[in-house]
Structure formats: structure tokens, C-alpha cells
Design a protein. Sequence first.
Lengths: 183, 145
Amino acid sequence: MDSLAIDIFIRCKEGDRGAFRAVVQNYQRLVFSLSIKMLADEDEAKDIVQETFIRVWQSIDSYDVRRSFATWIYAIASRLCLDRIKSKKHTAPLPQDELALQQFASEADNERSLENREYVAIVQALTEKLSPKQRLVFTLCQLEGLSSDEVEQITGLNARQVKSNLYEARQTIREQLKNLGYE
Amino acid sequence: MNSADEIIERFSRQQPTLDNPDLLTDSIMRNLPDRRPRTAKLSPLLLVLRVASSVAATWFIGLYIFINMPSESLPTQESYVHNNARNSDTQLCGTVKVMFAKFQVINSLNADNQRAGFSMIKFDSNAENQFISTCTQLNILRHEN
């Protein structure tokens, strides 16, 4: 972490809201990205972004500036997402979710960016059969592109648990795609 | 047709977009609570000292109450003094017997004026009789009160 970032976090610890605003602007996309992938709901993802930054603000004193802030904030957001998943009722994917997935899988244009509505539908269709832990590990490793070490720090799982959860998640998703005709 | 792994890989390269990030930032900043000052952690030594001093204080208060509690066995002690003074060993001189009796009575009575009354006793050879009569008198006065 560079000295400017350290200075910003020190100011945040001192209660400087201006400095904290800079932190929010810098990291809200990261938290939103994780939340929408975990919850497959844009509004709930924005709620989690709010909750995460409130938690960060309240507990910034416990943040060690020598550690990665991204890892720390990922850990807070992950816990909030898991709590949200456990508290809400399981929703089966809608027919249009599977349709969105089929459309994406069959598309010739690989470079087209998905709209959030499409993105959420595909995530829902792909991950609906995963356990919360598998979903978290799959999201962090596969969709967020984090290293195994980072995922271990964020989730508190050991290397073997991360590996097995990722393997199980991939197998389940492959099975899901196989049922839709993609092998 | 794409294989399952290809679809997963292709989807991994997609990212959701955050519309109106400034709006979300403003909303977060508006909802930030006031920071609560951190409460300093108490050291274990301080905690032990707190507990020890509480126990000691309770013990001393209990002792104070016990010492100052009116003794229900006072008449018995007074009669003991009376008998003790009368039937004491003849080898003891009168002064010692009076001092002993006085010690017993002062221990059993806690009213300052009664103590002051005993200080008037003279330690001469006739003190025994004087003391016995004073004790008897006090005993009567006490029962009257």
C-alpha cells in the first residue's frame, strides 16, 4: 500500500469523513461486484454495499494498514452476503433466467457486455444449486479472480477446503449446464 | 456448441456495472453513523485488583457491622463480671481484679458515657466493692433504658 493510501486510512481512523468518502468511491464497485454475484439481486447488492461501508466505518480502528484493504473489505462483505443468503428464502431460477443463460451460451459475439439484468439472471441460473460456502468460494476464485491465498484470508477456510469447495461448485455448475444441453 | 468450461470462463470475464456510483456514495455517506469512541481495554491486573478491593471492602463493612451490632448476651456478660469480681482468686489484688472486670465490661458495652463512668473507679484496696456496686448500678440503669 502506498503512503497516500496509508495517509487516507489514518485520516479515516481519526474520523475524517472526507477521507472515508474517497475510500467508498474507490471500493464500492468491488463490494457491489461481489454482492451481486453472491445474491443475484441488484437492489440487495446495493444494500450490502451500504451495510459493508457502515461496518467498515465503525470498525476502521481495527484495520491494520499493513494488510490489504481489499481483502479486509471482501471479508466483511462476504460475511454480510452469507448472512443475507441464510436469512432469505431460497428462490428457484425463473424460466427467463435459464433462457438468458442459454442465450449467453449460444452467442457468437463473445465480447458483448451483459446488462445487469442479464448478468443477474445467468448468475441465478448457474449458482442456484450451490451451497452458500460453495457459492462464496466459486465467486471469489472464479468470478472475482482472486488467488487461493486471498480466498483463504477472506473466508477463513484452509487451502484444502477452498480447493474442495471450488471443485464441488464447478462440478455442480457443469451438471447444471449439461442439463441445459451444454457439455 | 460451447463446452461447459468455456461458458464458465466466458462468464467470468463479464462484470456487472454499477449505475450512478456517485448516488450510491452519497447515500452511504448520508447513512454513516457517528463514530463511537473506543472503550479502552481493561488490563487483567486491573480487573483482579478491582475484584480484590471489592471483596476486601465487603469484608470490612461486614466486620464493622458485626463489631457494632448490639450484643444480645450482654446481661450474661455483666453477670459474669459481677460474679467474677466477687468470687475471684484471693491471691489477686483488688486493683488487678477491677482492671480485669473493667476490661470485660468495656468490651461488652459500647456506649461512650458508660465507659466514661468506669473511668471514675479508683484502683485502691476498696475498689473491688466499689466496682461491684457500680456494675450492679450500671446493670440496673441499662435495664431501665
